[in-house]
Design a protein around this ligand. Structure first.
Ligand code: HPA
Length: 249
């Protein structure tokens, strides 16, 4: 059975309350087990799969997530399109706390993560095109749905994926700004690259939880988990409506 849309939830998003008639599956994949169960249900008359990237109890830090298993499991249950929710820090002016954004570029600063399907001896070597890391047609659909739903969504921006789990230094953020990053998060890669290798359509809905280190009006502001969670909860207000409109097509 096909899935109309898979949603991967990030920090602060551990379930999709709108799913009805939920069936839970625990697929194993050639790459191991995903972060947790996949919940499959109906939303706006469509079949939607949801997976909490960090596990439903947020037990997995970004560098310990089995990104390959997560995406392979979503593909195995019939998903061809993935909307990734990523909690991020904002670096440039348009990306302050509580903003929703749909980035169109990324820079990968992560290291030491299993970042390709071509890891095992004998696996095919894949040099997938990644010039546009997010699937343009899915991005367009998400942006159009936001507009129809009356949900403000910033179009574009460059997501810088850092290793974490610590937050960045002010100098690291200043460098990322010079590199052209607008957003910083810890889970955008290798997820987007693996989605491309697996032939999945993939777009990112970034939820800005805080100003990145030194990027806000108060350069000495300390980032707390409570601020992150409060801002994500507030920014998530419009997301169910956006998803509903996206699913209704
Ligand atoms: N940096 C990296 N990842 C994040 C941040 C941040 O400031 N906020 C939420 N995720």
């Amino acid at each position: 059975m096909t899935i109309d849309l898979a949603v991967i939830g990030g920090t602060g998003v551990y379930a999709l309350g709108e799913l009805a008639d939920v069936e839970t599956v625990q697929p194993q994949t050639a790459y191991g087990a995903p972060s947790g169960p996949i919940r499959i249900g109906r939303f706006a008359g469509k079949r939607v799969a949801f997976l909490a990237r960090h596990g439903e109890g947020h037990s997995l830090p970004p560098h310990k997530i089995n990104y390959r298993a997560n995406l392979a499991a979503l593909k195995a249950v019939g998903a061809a399109r993935v909307l990734a929710l990523n909690t991020v820090g904002g670096i440039t002016k348009a990306y302050g706390p509580r903003v929703l954004a749909c980035p169109d570029q990324l820079i990968d600063y992560t290291w030491g993560r299993v970042s390709t399907l071509c890891e095992e001896p004998g696996s095919d070597v894949l040099h997938v095109d990644f010039g546009d890391p997010y699937t343009p047609s899915l991005r367009r659909e998400v942006l159009a749905a936001a507009q129809r739903a009356g949900v403000t969504l910033v179009d574009g921006g460059c997501y810088g994926a850092t290793q974490g789990p610590r937050l960045e230094t002010k100098a690291e953020i200043a460098r990322m700004r010079r590199d052209g990053c607008d957003l910083v998060g810890m889970t955008g890669m290798p997820e987007a690259g693996l989605a491309r290798e697996l032939g999945l359509d993939y777009a990112c809905l970034a939820i800005v939880a805080n100003w990145a280190a030194g990027a806000g009006p108060d350069v000495d502001e300390v980032i707390t988990l409570q601020d992150v969670l409060d801002n994500v909860a507030a920014a998530m207000d419009g997301v169910p409506k956006l998803l509903q409109t996206l699913l209704e097509g």
